[in-house]
Design a protein around this ligand. Structure first.
Ligand code: SF4
Ligand code: SF4
Length: 402
């Protein structure tokens, strides 16, 4: 039996929250990964038990007397899939009545595993891509504007100029084929309303959220520093993102990582577009028969942006609602880099959500997130259905009334 010494420290407030867990199991009910696999290792309550076992050996009463208590290496290895096979969707936190905020603890769990060298193979691939090219897709700085080049937008859109609004594109939108259209659509919308805007171009780096999902806080800080410096250099008043992960990272996580307030506001594309509609700066053609909307976990549950996408959609056509929506939304399976860690589970989670959309009978399945679009499209493909999975910005750009 091999034993390992694991350095596992939580902040006092985090440790207190972990100890608040009564193992009541309420958080199990809506966990999308457990729904898809039925495997008890994916139960959030079991993640919590494993984290507690690790942390108490480092920070608990016994360790305060005897020093750090070793753990079985097998236990650590078996905890890898427990902690990383999770979408970080926050449904467990939504269910928990005891203020444990489990999804926040899962980030700390990943950090501890990463710092002690216990990470899944899929994460190793991401880390290599990051180290070689600076982004999780391994595309590199020169490819940041490929979407604009392909759409023949170079020369027609502002890049790295002083402007009121910065459009922060994000890696998943810029680098994945299925999502390039969202960046093009957002550029069209900003041009259509006469917004004074700019891209950061190749000054933009990954928002750093993937680093936190891996467990590397220092690299996430470095990303935050570089992006904030680039935005502040341009004197921007606000940053708009089409990606909810970038949105949360810039708005909520950056001030914590950098321990300072930012000199600009951060908003999601759906908030900006709904303000254009309300101010009469933009009008849309109504003509879509039925459209069903999937709330991205980070946008709706974690950032509270729920009404704006609906306001936009009702201007376009008939909105059909899923039973699990808003704060109670159900994950698409793409969060937490689950796709890179265990694609099979990730796509199973997506299929659950696509089936719910199919039940509504709508022909268009809209969302406001590049990862959700990618994963739900994959789920639709596996289910062999032709429901049209789109990002809301695409539908808006296609229906601008001139
Ligand atoms: S995290 Fe909350 S809901 Fe889940 S078992 Fe612990 S106390 Fe119960
Ligand atoms: S964050 Fe989501 S996937 Fe992870 S344990 Fe909680 S409910 Fe399950």
């Amino acid at each position: 039996m091999r034993l390992v010494h694991v350095k596992a420290e939580l902040e006092p407030e985090e440790l207190e929250r972990l100890r608040l867990c009564t193992a009541c199991g309420e958080c199990i009910v809506e966990c999308p990964v457990f729904k898809a696999t039925g495997n008890s290792k994916h139960l959030p309550v079991n993640k919590g038990r494993a984290l507690r076992r690790i942390v108490e050996r480092s920070q608990g009463i016994v360790s305060s007397i005897q020093g750090q208590v070793p753990l079985r290496e097998y236990f650590m290895r078996s905890s890898v899939s427990k902690v990383y096979e999770c979408t970080l969707c926050g449904a467990c936190t939504e269910q928990c009545k005891f203020d444990v905020k489990p999804d926040d603890l899962w980030y700390q769990f990943r950090r501890i595993m990463y710092e002690n060298g216990f990470i899944p193979e899929g994460m190793k691939v991401l880390i290599t891509a990051f180290k070689e090219k600076g982004d999780p897709y391994g595309m590199g700085r020169k490819m940041r504007l490929y979407w604009a080049k392909r759409a023949k937008l170079i020369g027609k859109i502002p890049i790295n100029r002083k402007a009121k609004t910065v459009y922060f594109v994000g890696c998943t939108t810029a680098f994945t084929r299925i999502n390039r259209v969202s960046a093009v659509s957002m550029a069209q919308i900003l041009n259509a309303v006469g917004e004074e805007w700019t891209l950061l171009g190749d000054e933009e780096v990954c928002c750093g959220a993937p680093w936190l999902m891996i467990g590397d806080v220092n690299s996430a800080k470095e990303s935050a520093k570089r992006n904030v410096e680039a935005i502040e250099r341009l004197g921007a008043e606000r940053v708009v993102t089409t990606c909810p992960t970038c949105f949360k990272q810039l708005k909520v996580v950056y001030p914590k990582l950098l321990e300072r307030e930012l000199g600009f506001e951060v908003i999601h594309a759906t908030q900006l577009i709904s303000s254009y509609l309300m101010d009469g700066m933009l009008s849309l053609r109504e003509g879509i028969r039925e459209i069903v909307y999937h709330d991205p976990c980070e946008l709706a549950r974690q950032m509270g942006v729920i009404e704006e996408p609906r306001f936009i959609l009702t201007k376009l056509g008939v909105l059909k609602e899923l039973e699990k929506r808003g704060l109670e939304t159900q994950c698409c399976g793409g969060g937490g880099f689950l796709r890179a860690i265990n694609e099979e589970i990730s796509v199973k989670v997506a299929q659950l959500r696509v089936n719910q959309a199919l039940e509504t009978g709508a022909g268009i399945f809209a969302t406001s997130c590049p990862s959700c679009k990618m994963n739900l499209s994959e789920g639709a493909k596996v289910l062999n259905t032709n429901i049209d999975v789109v990002d809301l910005v695409e539908v808006v750009a296609r229906n601008i009334e001139v």
